[in-house]
Structure formats: C-alpha cells, structure tokens
Design a protein around this ligand. Structure first.
Ligand code: ADP
Ligand code: ADP
Ligand code: MG
Length: 666
C-alpha cells in the first residue's frame, strides 16, 4: 500500500479522500491555490504545497506543478478527485512517466471514453444498447439535418466533448434544427475547443440511472448497483438516490452486466460510472448507454451508504495492485440512501450562483459517519467551515448531505429533517428549495423523470413557509432576549421606553420581502405580551432555549432558531426559513443634537414622554425622551454619559425643530 498520496483537488472531495487515507494510515499532501491558502482541505492533509493563483488554470489544472509537488514531497501516488484533472489522459500519462501512480483508470481508458461519439462507437461493438441516434464523424450540417429527421423529433444535439451539462440542445422540430446545431457548435468550440456533435433521440419521460462499476488490474469486474439521478436542473444533478425506485431485479442485473461489459471493453481499472438514459413508456422501462465517467462521482456516497463500503478505499487498494475486495455475489444492498447537493445559488433567480461568506454554517447532527457495519443515517461531506467564503473561482457546491433509511420513505423524512437543521447565513443557498423538492408530490411518490423540477415548479419556487407574523414575533423575542442578557451585564443599558417590569408599550419597525411593517408590543400588568401587527392582535409567549426560541403565537407553537447579523434576523424552523430586517428606530431617529449640554428636538413634533427625570444618571445611547412626528415615534437618546439637569417640556407639548427638550450636566 502507498505510504503517501497527493490529492490533486480541493473542497469536499479532497477532504473526503484525506479522511479515508487517514483511516488507512496513508500520509496526505494537499495542493492549494491563493484563494485556498486557509481552506479546510489544506488542514485535512498532513502536508500542503502552494501551486499558484486562484483561477483553476493557474493552479489545479497546472499538472506539471502538481507532479513536481508530488515528487518534492515524496508521494507515491496522486488522487485526482473529480473535475479538474480527473479525466485528463495527458495528466494520467504524465503521472506514469514521472513514476507516480495515478489513482484512476489507465490513460487509454480515459481517452476511449473521453469523447461521447467515439465511446458510443466502442459500446456499439461491445453490444451495449445505445439511444437511437447518429454518432458518426461526418459533421456536414446537411447530413446532420437528414439524420435528425430520420431519428424523429424531439432530438438532443450533444457536444461530443461536452460535460457538466454543457453543450446540449433539445430540438422539437426539423425547422428548428439548423439554428440549434449552430448554437450548440458555438458553445462546444468555446467551452471544449471541439465542435463535433452527436444526435440522440430525446427519450420519453427520461430517467437518469447510472451504474457504479469497479475493475482491478487482475481482470476482475463488479458493479455496485445503480443510482437514480433524475432530479436535475440544466442537465445537472440535484438529488441522487439508490436504489432507483421501481427498479426490478432483472433490469438491475441487465444494466449491471451492460455496465461491466462497457468497462471490460476499455480494460477499465478503478472506479467508474456508466450513465444510462432510461425511457419510461406504458410497456415499461428501456435503458440506453449515454456516457461513461472515468472517475469517482460526486454522488458516490449513496452507493457507500447502501453497500457499507468505502469506495475511496477500494480505489486506493486497486491502484496499489490489490484485487477487488469483494466478488459480485458477495455484494449486498441495505435500505435506501439519498444525497442532496447543497449549493451557493439562488433557485428563485434561475439558479444563479452566489458568492459570499458563510457567516453561519450549522449542520444537522450526523448520527453516523462513513462506512459502518450498521447503516449510515446522516452524513455530510463538505470542504468548508463557518467563516469561510465561497469564491467565484470554483463551483458552487458547498456540501453534500447524505441520508440513509430502511425504506425510501424513512430516508425522505430524514432528508427533510436534516435539511431543516442545515442553517446557512451569509449567502444564498438552495437548502429550502431542496426541501420543497423532497416534499413535492412527484418526488415523494417517486414519480421521477428529468422534467420533475419544471413540472413541480409551482411548489418549488418563491415559496415562503414562515410568514410575516412568525418572523416578526421571532425578531421581537430575539431582541428582548438580547437586551435581557445585556442588561444583566449592565442594568443602565436600556435605550428606549421599554421597562423591565410593569406595563409597557414598544414599537418596532421591520422590512419583510421589501415591504415595511410596523409592529407594537404591549405588556400587561400580569406580564402577558401581545403583538399588534396591522389589524391582528396576537398573544405572544416565548422562552429562550439553548439553541433558539420556543414561541407561542396566537396559540400556535413554533420551535425556531434565530441568528442576527446586523439588522437582519435569520429565522429557521421545522416548517422552513425566512429572514426579516429590523429597522432600528433609535438609529434612524438619530441621536438628538447635543450642543454644550443641551438636547434639542431633531424635527417639529409632539413630546410623547420623558423616560428620565432630573438628577438621573444616564449612559450614552440611553433613551431619554420620545417624540412623535410624521406618524412615527422617534426616540431621543443620550449622546454621552451624564446626569439629567432639567426637563424643559411636558408630555403632549408641541415643539419646534431645535427646541431644547432637556439639559444634561456632564
Ligand atoms: P457527477 O457526474 O460526478 O455527479 P456532475 O455531472 O455534476 O458530477 O459534474 C461532473 C464534473 O463536472 C464534476 O467534476 C464537476 O466538478 C464538473 N462540473 C460540474 N458542473 C460543471 C460546469 N457547469 N462546468 C464545468 N464543469 C462542471
Ligand atoms: P454530461 O456529459 O453533461 O453529463 P450526458 O450525456 O451525461 O452529459 O447528459 C446529461 C443529462 O442530459 C442526462 O443526465 C439527462 O438528464 C439528459 N439527457 C442526455 N441524453 C438524453 C436523451 N437522449 N434523452 C433525454 N435526456 C437526455
Ligand atoms: Mg453525464
């Protein structure tokens, strides 16, 4: 076995590989870019080498530097992770020439599967079923048009060199073909430097089902069952699960055998995935080869969860020349697993990627991590910590959340619960969107196909499960709690008219979904609270719990967690999450002008009350008087510590701007 490996990647997959290496007592070397100098993956490894600038082309794609780093640190092998150099045959070859083991398939297998069209020609020979289509090398547009007409619409034009969901165009009719072809070729040449395309029949009610395979250097092959990755946006995976709902044992066996045949045809070694498009018709499901990914896949943890195996350990063993640890007949499946990709993006805004700082990053409790003989319940694979930032240089995936249950229903419930406990503040994420997908009728009933997201759009986007009144109540309760804890430290810190005991009234102003909202909190003699919001009068009770708030609003109970970041209060609950901006009336009224111990009215208006009397000692920021103008209350606060000398007006008096309200002695 290797003594030391270099991990030529970043983020969650670098951390994931490092975790297995550590368990196997293999030393690890990280590589990092400028942007990743303090990244989690660097601290997860035993050593780290800086390899260049933040952009991938200046660091993670500079394979000469990576090979030099491996040689300088005495690593025996390089694990490429996924993305970056993982499917780069030149890199695999260069590793071999430098005397380093590439933890992945031979360069020849990467090359054979690298172009979709060529891989299909190979698969055809190996007897693997292909989607009806055209994958010839003749790229004459007139010929391509004739082929599309022959195949029958709708068709899908794909860049042969494409990947990551890019370079694909669905075409509905013959008339649209020429324009779609030209646009697909443009994207292909820009993104992949190769404008060759292939054409496939667009499958009906398509599902994406893939088979995890493994090969070793002794000619053994196995498959580790399937994963269903049908829930996609822009041809990219959002949720993945295993086993695939509705899969029969017979079909599983056929697909497994086809995948192993595909691997055998290219003398595959290591972990790989054969992706199939599955057509659903009244008569049943038919599968067709789509492409092979010659690396470890993002969604490999669902396979680990149902098999209890560690696929990275298998990769390391195979790369070190050992035979596959198990034979096909020894492989077992247990229960059901689902993975959700948590991304920094804005689902309500066309999934636009988001950047920012993870000001709050709280995870659900992981009841079990990694391979266990018992089942995995909740697992999180990530490459970030609270306080880290999500930069524009790399992809938007923040974490993977993987759950396991005895049944799909159990896994689904666990996923929903774990998502509700995943709290991220500081940037937009798809966490709530993922919950809506998991809760949707289609997903819950396993009515799966790649159009699930557009079909369920009505319940997935612009959903708000926590309304205004709960958001306001949570923000009010949080504010009172914060003041209470400040007061315990400093009993004179009170800055407004709210007294700690006895009856009191207090105004709040908020902004919720772009609209301003006024609220009033009243406390009766007996201490009961009532929140007034528009025409609503809502009895409010709350208790602070170690992790949040237990609210009772108008008789309904809510267990919530709140995080304040400046004026914004982020509220998370079992039902959903929201945020509300608290407008600080004091700050907006401004501190009254203070000239030589005089406190003057900042605007013409009426004096509502004085909160202090002559002789009182006050501290800076403490509320002294309340004025009303333009239907808003304004608090006049002490500009500095001091003693109140004289009160010059009485409540109810009208005053002009600049009128002196009270005087203070320093
Ligand atoms: P997997 O097939 O392993 O589940 P994806 O299909 O989402 O993962 O992505 C495959 C690889 O392509 C990953 O290594 C990922 O980093 C990369 N990738 C994903 N999205 C894009 C994109 N928009 N552009 C370029 N590469 C991408
Ligand atoms: P990539 O290399 O970008 O992963 P794939 O060939 O794997 O490209 O296709 C990506 C996705 O596009 C699939 O997961 C599936 O949702 C959809 N797709 C691909 N081929 C077809 C097809 N023939 N019919 C319907 N949908 C397809
Ligand atoms: Mg694919």
């Amino acid at each position: 076995m290797f003594k030391k490996i270099l991990i030529a990647n970043r983020g969650e997959i670098a951390c994931r590989v490092a975790a297995t290496a550590r368990r196997m007592a293999i030393k690890t070397v990280a590589v990092y870019s400028d942007a990743d100098a303090d990244a989690k993956h660097v601290t997860a490894c035993d050593e780290a080498v800086h390899i260049g600038g933040s952009a991938p082309k200046d660091s993670y794609l500079r394979w000469q530097r990576i090979i030099a780093a491996a040689q300088a640190t005495g690593a025996d092998a390089i694990h490429p992770g996924y993305g970056f150099l993982s499917e780069n045959e030149e890199f695999a070859q260069a590793c071999a020439e430098a005397g380093l083991v590439f933890i992945g398939p031979p360069a020849s297998a990467i090359k054979a599967m690298g172009l979709k069209a060529e891989s299909k020609r190979l698969m055809e020979k190996a007897g693997v079923p292909l989607v009806p289509g055209y994958h010839g090398s003749d790229q004459n547009p007139a010929l391509l048009q004739r082929e599309a007409d022959r195949i029958g619409y709708p068709v899908l034009i794909k860049a042969s060199a494409g990947g990551g969901g890019k370079g694909m165009r669905a075409v509905e009719s013959s008339e649209e073909f020429a324009a779609a072809l030209a646009s697909c070729q443009r994207e292909a040449i820009n993104s992949f430097g190769d404008d060759a395309v292939l054409i496939e029949k667009y499958a009906q009610r398509p599902r994406h089902i893939e088979i995890q395979i493994f090969g070793d250097t002794h000619g053994n092959y196995v498959h580790l069952f399937e994963r269903d990755c049908s829930v996609q946006r822009r041809h990219q995976k959002v949720l993945e699960e295993a086993p695939a709902p509705g899969m029969t044992e017979a079909m599983r066996q056929q697909m497994g055998e086809a995948a192993v045949a595909a691997a055998r045809a290219v003398h595959y070694v290591g972990a790989g995935t054969v992706e199939f498009i599955v057509e659903q018709r009244a008569g049943g499901m038919t599968f067709y080869f789509m492409e092979m990914n010659t690396r470890l896949q993002v969604e490999h943890p669902v396979t680990e969860a149902i098999t209890g195996l560690d696929l990275v350990e298998w990769q390391l063993r195979v790369a070190a020349g050992q035979p596959l640890p198990l034979k096909q007949a020894q492989l077992r499946r247990h229960g059901h697993a689902i993975e959700a990709r948590i991304c920094a993006e804005s689902p309500d805004n066309q999934f636009l990627p988001a950047t920012g700082t993870l000001q709050v990053y709280r995870q659900p409790v992981c009841t079990c991590f990694e391979r266990a003989d018992g089942p995995v319940h909740v697992r999180i694979d990530d490459g970030v910590r609270e306080g880290d930032s999500i930069s524009p240089y790399y992809d938007s995936m923040v974490a993977k959340l993987i759950v396991h249950g005895d049944s799909r229903e159990q896994a689904l419930a666990r996923m929903d619960q774990a998502l509700s406990e995943f709290h991220i503040v500081g940037l937009q994420t798809n966490v709530q969107f993922l919950r809506h997908v998991v809760q949707s009728q289609s997903f819950a009933t396993a009515d799966l196909d790649t159009a699930l997201i557009p079909r369920e759009a009505g319940v997935l986007f612009h959903q708000e499960k926590l309304g205004l009144s709960v958001a306001v109540a949570a923000a009010v309760a949080l504010t009172l709690e914060e003041e209470k804890s400040r007061e315990t430290a400093d009993p004179f810190s009170r800055t407004d008219g709210w007294c700690a005991h006895g009856p009191s009234q207090r105004r709040f102003a908020f902004e919720f979904h772009g609209e301003s909202q006024a609220a009033q909190l009243a406390r009766a003699h007996d201490g009961t609270l009532q929140l007034a919001l528009g025409d609503l009068r809502l009895p409010l009770r709350y208790t602070a719990t170690p992790n949040g708030l237990q609210l009772e609003l108008d008789g309904q109970r809510w267990r919530l967690q709140t995080y304040r970041r400046g004026e914004v209060v982020h509220v998370f609950g079992a039902m959903g999450a929201t945020q509300i901006t608290e407008i600080d009336l004091l700050a907006h009224a401004g501190v009254a002008q203070h000239e030589g111990g005089r406190l003057t009215a900042p605007m013409p208006g009426k004096v509502v009350s004085f909160l202090v009397k002559a002789g009182d000692t006050v501290s800076r920021g403490q509320a002294l008087a309340v004025m009303e103008a333009m239907k808003m209350e304004h608090t006049i606060a002490a500009p500095a510590d001091g003693v109140v000398a004289e009160i010059l007006y009485a409540p109810g008096d009208q005053v002009l701007e600049g009128a002196e309200l009270l005087t203070m002695a320093a």
